[in-house]
Every structure is written in structure tokens, then in C-alpha cells.
Write a protein that binds this ligand. Structure first.
Ligand SMILES: [Zn+2]
Ligand SMILES: [Zn+2]
Length: 256
């Protein structure tokens, strides 16, 4: 029996956990150790109980807790070699890989795929097999064939729906940052996400949670509406979309 819980998701901090039996994998370590420890406590865990810390990339909203967190855990760091070089804190014997590699963490099979993002070494992950397969895919400007293939195999998908294009264009971000977010190495918009999820549901994905919503350039109800309408247009069940993970708000645990 495996489970997934999003601790926090958004432009300011990302962290979640995938648990299968005694393998407890923290996915990204954004925000800070106090916050992550509080979420772990809700699950009856401490940082020392983590077996692995898996990182998608080295942007600070994914690694800012590491310098302190690593003082409280001997969990093995798992990331691409490039991400390792960019980390603000390191410890122990990491498991380093190239995006696209497959490996196992405890008894959890892991797949990876490179994500096109403005941080070298970025990747996304698929954890577990069959109904326990969760794909965790955020921080990408576009969905490549490799990322699509990884997501297609999942039963539960955590996917970025970062911004509403109009809110971003009319919003307060400086021009260069708007261009960065909109580029093929930036983030998936609600529209991008809505274009891809019907195809994934047709491929067999059963549950979708939206993630990495921008606090400045998006609103949960807008992201949910755009993605939900896309499913409706294809005659697909809107209940497939189970919610949008929020910043600094631990979500209900999903039993996989
Ligand atoms: Zn990023
Ligand atoms: Zn990010």
C-alpha cells in the first residue's frame, strides 16, 4: 500500500511525500525544515524517518530547506548529477543519475525524464508500479515525448498548472520574468495543462492533482475550471481532477 501527500506546492515552496511500507521518499524540500517537520508530524513521522530525499531540480523553491533538514536526517539524496553540483547543502552518499534513468529506492521502482526548464539537470519522476504509480511532474515549459510517456504510465498524476496566461501578462512580474515563465523552459500554463490532461486520461490516468500554481499569476478556481472544462469537452469524467495543491497547505493523503 502506497500513499502520496502534498505538503506545499507553488512558486514559493514545494515538498511532498511518497510512502510505501518502510520507504519514505520526500519529493523536493522547499520552504523550510520547521514547516516540513510539522507536515511529517501530522503523518506520525520525523525527518529521521525519511529514507530518501528526491529532488526535481535545484531552484530554491525546491531545495531551500536542505541546509537545515540535512542536520536532522540521514536520508539518501537522490538527484541528477547536475542538480547535485548546484545544491545549497549536501550530505552522505547520494544516488546520482542521468535524467531518463530508472532505478529502485527500497522496493519502489522509479522512472525519470528530463524536464525542459531553466535550471540545468531538471527532471520529473514516476514512483511505483501499477495502481501505486504516481507521476510527479512540475517545472517544465512544455511536455516532451519523454515526459508524456512517464505521465501516461501513472494512475495518479501530480502535474503543474502554473499560471493563467492573461493574469501573467497583465500582472506585476517584470518583462524578463514574464518571458521566462512563458518560454519553453519555463512553466506549464493552465492552458498547456488543459491541453495535455484529456490525452493522459484517455491513456489510463485515473486521478489528477494540479500543482505548482503561481500565487501571483493564478487562482485555484481558474486552474480547476480550465482543466475541468478540457475533460468535459472530451466527455471524460471531471471527477478525475481531484484538486489543486496549495502553498503551505498540507493536502489530504491520497491512498494509491
Ligand atoms: Zn524551477
Ligand atoms: Zn518551482
Amino acid at each position: 500500500m502506497a500513499s502520496f501527500t502534498s505538503f506545499t506546492s507553488g512558486s514559493k515552496g514545494n515538498s511532498a511525500i511518497y510512502i510505501k511500507d518502510n520507504t519514505r521518499i520526500l519529493i523536493d524540500a522547499g520552504t523550510n525544515t520547521k514547516y516540513i517537520s510539522g507536515c511529517l508530524r501530522e503523518l506520525g513521522l520525523r525527518p529521521a524517518d525519511l529514507t530518501h530525499i528526491v529532488l526535481t531540480h535545484a531552484h530554491s523553491d525546491h531545495v531551500s530547506a536542505l541546509p537545515v533538514l540535512l542536520k536532522h536526517t540521514d536520508a539518501q539524496l537522490v538527484c541528477t548529477e547536475t542538480t547535485w553540483d548546484l545544491l545549497p547543502a549536501k550530505k552522505g552518499d547520494p544516488l546520482l543519475f542521468e535524467a531518463g534513468d530508472r532505478f529502485a529506492l527500497g522496493d519502489v521502482a522509479v522512472r525519470t525524464a528530463e524536464t525542459p526548464h531553466d535550471c540545468l539537470g531538471s527532471c520529473c519522476y514516476g514512483f511505483g508500479e501499477g495502481k501505486e504509480n504516481l507521476a510527479y511532474c512540475t517545472d517544465m515549459g512544455t511536455v516532451t515525448a519523454e515526459v508524456f510517456e512517464l505521465m501516461r504510465r501513472s494512475k495518479t498524476l501530480f502535474i503543474e498548472s502554473n499560471h493563467d496566461v492573461d493574469m501573467l501578462k497583465e500582472g506585476p512580474y517584470p518583462y524578463f520574468l514574464k518571458q521566462r515563465v512563458l518560454s519553453n523552459k519555463g512553466h506549464l500554463s493552465n492552458r498547456d495543462c488543459a491541453q495535455i490532461i484529456p490525452r493522459l486520461v484517455l491513456e489510463g490516468v485515473e486521478r489528477i492533482m494540479l500543482g505548482h500554481l503561481s500565487e501571483t499569476n493564478n487562482l485555484p478556481h481558474i486552474a480547476m475550471r480550465e482543466n475541468s472544462n478540457a475533460l468535459l469537452m472530451f466527455g471524460l469524467p471531471q471527477e478525475t481532477l481531484i484538486g489543486a495543491a496549495a502553498a503551505k497547505e498540507m493536502q489530504a493523503t491520497i491512498q494509491l
